[in-house]
Design a protein around this ligand. Structure first.
Ligand SMILES: [Zn+2]
Ligand SMILES: [Zn+2]
Length: 286
């Protein structure tokens, strides 16, 4: 593989799923990989094992459990956070040296504290017995964030932007800016100008979606919920037309019986002519 490709920022879909326990779609989690380092967005169930699978497939050491050192949570819905204790504790057992860094909406610090105390017995047994262990790997450095730049280092500048998602007071999308790429991840959101502004001709827009056709088959209660929480194919077609990403990747697909081909067809029929692919677990997008 040529070196430019190795250095180029990319996105690996660790999980494209939703709360539905579909084995083809692990819990929502995306890795932005820059210079070999992985920056996770969300920690759905299965995140550590999917990361291990991606580490193997792409020979990316940054995705091995011990090297998963930082995660940005879009919101605290359980489908996006049920893998957090896995990240904390499996990473430690795999010999992560430093505390896991977690950035997320208000409530993130509390969640991290409770997860650590929930596994207190485990932590004591491992640190006080004769099991070899790193001293600080079980710890969590959690940050409750607001919209704006929330993190930067020599690889990335990460900006959180507020998105509207059901009745959550705080839900975010994230914009990653690297030397060669702008990558935007919508999180869970109904159609939002904030995503359009964050992308604005970005290289990669990873956006959640549901089937507009199958939506018609849902009960009135569920229609109301999803309309206030998520983005339909037709809405996404309009939104992406304004955001003009070089490539649109669908994730967190709510199918209700539709297929990825149906979702892509619905988006095209709604008038979107740009490059669009249906995200699949373990796919990598430059
Ligand atoms: Zn979700
Ligand atoms: Zn959600």
């Amino acid at each position: 593989m040529n070196i430019a490709l190795l250095l180029q920022a990319s996105v690996v879909m660790l999980g494209t799923g939703t709360p539905n326990p579909d084995p083809e779609h692990s819990g929502p989690a995306v890795a932005v990989v820059v210079n070999g380092a992985a920056y996770l967005v969300d920690a759905g169930p299965g995140v550590v094992r999917r990361a291990a699978a991606a580490a193997k497939r792409y020979d990316l050491t940054g995705l091995r459990a011990k090297n998963l050192g930082i995660v940005f949570l879009t919101h605290l819905h359980s489908d996006h956070t049920a893998g957090l204790p896995d990240l904390i504790h499996t990473g430690w057992v795999a010999e992560r040296e430093r505390p896991l860094r977690v950035y997320g909406p208000p409530g993130t610090r509390d969640m991290a504290m409770h997860l650590t105390s929930a596994w207190q017995e485990d932590i004591e047994v491992r640190t006080e017995g004769d099991q070899p262990h790193t001293r600080d790997g079980w710890k969590v450095e959690a940050h409750d964030i607001r919209a704006g730049i929330v993190y930067q280092d020599s690889n990335v500048v990460v900006r959180a932007f507020a998105v509207p998602h059901s009745n959550w007071k705080h839900a975010f999308g994230y914009r990653f800016e690297t030397k060669d790429r702008v990558i935007v991840i919508s999180g869970d959101t109904r159609p939002s100008d904030a995503v359009v502004e964050a992308c604005h001709g970005c290289d990669l827009l990873v956006h959640e979606v549901y089937s507009a056709e199958r939506y018609a088959t849902l009960s009135a209660e569920w229609q109301k919920y999803h309309a206030g929480s998520h983005t339909s194919t037709r809405e996404l077609a309009v939104l992406a037309g304004r955001a003009t990403p070089a490539r649109l990747v669908l994730y967190h697909q709510l199918y209700w019986g539709a297929t990825d081909d149906d979702l892509l067809r619905e988006i095209r029929q709604a008038g979107y002519g740009g490059v669009v692919v249906a995200g699949r677990d373990l796919e990598r997008y430059p």
